[in-house]
Design a protein around this ligand. Structure first.
Ligand SMILES: [Zn+2]
Ligand SMILES: [Zn+2]
Length: 342
């Protein structure tokens, strides 16, 4: 299950009644934050998220409305007693900027792992009760596991290949903004159902069933057993995508394909503001809705509203005429994304 809270829905600058656009994701009792504009820690406090369990911060780009809250938030986390490292991800160039900010907060009680992303794919694993990011080099489907993913009876080498309940697949997309900017998508795979008939037919010893169902490969002196030998057909997992500060690009629909929730910028509600959207490298509501539709997403939340737009709700028809399941984002909007029944 993924729990998401839109901490803010504004772009440009924080307003008295609108925090800057950022998203908090709760996963397996830990937290991931996307973007950290000025005031994000106030929003976190307002929506009672807590600070200590924040393990990963994904930054879309280096504009102030997405990063100026970082030194303050990190200081507060330091005061919360955290000593475990925090991973910060962002586009190439972000390391130098974060290190510059760190001059103002030199005595943090935890390390920062800064990852500059270049369109790679990552996975997020639970390690010692904390979320950690790992670059993925290979497919981890049942027949393509490397030595580290084996559970070997002989040497008792326990694998970490149970990817479906304790790990997320994180994908990155380069966007089209006035500064290098990344889109993020999170996929929580769902374990296929256990199929006892299949296991019996393949003569798999019962003592291995549970490990195989959990995704581990098991070897004994006679055979190597793969999870596919006891599992039924694949089931769709949960997908969440987050795209802000960009013009529409040809890659976005594929990247967000079949997202259960697609959170996207709508800097301008009025379609007559298209010239501004093109000049400032942002989108109108209609353009975001078009992407949601092309990507066959289930639901769209609009966010990152221009400070000049007092009442974004008056433009909602521009989006809903194109994509009915559009929701106007607001500070504190929250949803729990769960696997469907079956
Ligand atoms: Zn912005
Ligand atoms: Zn920007």
């Amino acid at each position: 299950m993924l729990n998401v809270t839109l901490l803010g829905s504004g772009g440009g600058m924080p307003m008295p009644d609108r925090f800057l656009s950022s998203l908090l994701i709760k996963f397996a009792s830990r937290k991931i934050l996307i973007d950290c504009g000025e005031g994000t820690q106030v929003a976190m406090r307002k929506y009672k998220s807590g600070f200590k369990s924040l393990d990963i911060i994904c930054l879309t780009h280096d504009h102030g409305d997405h990063i100026f809250g970082l030194p303050g938030l990190l200081s507060t986390i330091g005061n919360s007693g955290r000593t475990d490292p925090i991973t910060i991800m962002g586009p190439v160039g972000i390391k130098r900027i974060i290190e510059g900010m760190m001059v103002a907060i030199p005595f943090l009680p935890f390390d920062l792992d800064i990852v500059e992303c270049t369109g790679s794919s990552f996975s997020i694993h639970m390690v010692s009760q904390k979320l950690r990011v790992k670059k993925t080099y290979l497919e981890t489907n049942d027949n393509k596991v490397n030595d580290n993913n084996y559970y070997n009876i002989a040497d008792n080498n326990i694998s970490t290949n149970d990817t479906d309940n304790t790990s997320l697949v994180l994908s990155i997309l380069e966007l089209d903004h006035s500064s290098p900017c990344l889109g993020y998508s999170f996929y929580l795979p769902r374990r296929p159902k256990f199929n006892p008939e299949k296991a019996l037919e393949a003569k798999i010893p019962v003592k291995y069933w549970s490990r195989l169902q959990k995704g581990q490969v098991v070897m004994d002196n006679k055979r190597t057993y793969h999870p596919s030998m006891v599992r039924g057909k694949e089931r769709k997992g949960i997908k969440l995508s987050y795209i802000v500060d960009t013009r529409p690009t040809a890659d976005i629909p594929d990247f967000i394909h079949e997202s259960d929730l697609f959170i996207c910028e709508g800097t301008y509600g009025d379609s007559d503001d298209m010239k501004k959207a093109i000049k400032n490298k942002h989108m109108t509501f209609a353009e975001s809705a078009q992407l949601a539709s092309l990507g066959k997403t289930k639901e769209l939340w609009l966010t990152h509203f221009s400070p000049a737009m007092d009442k974004p709700e008056q433009y909602m028809d521009n989006a809903r005429q194109i994509f009915v399941k559009t929701v106007l984002g607001y500070d504190g909007l929250s949803k729990s994304l769960q696997f469907p029944e079956s």
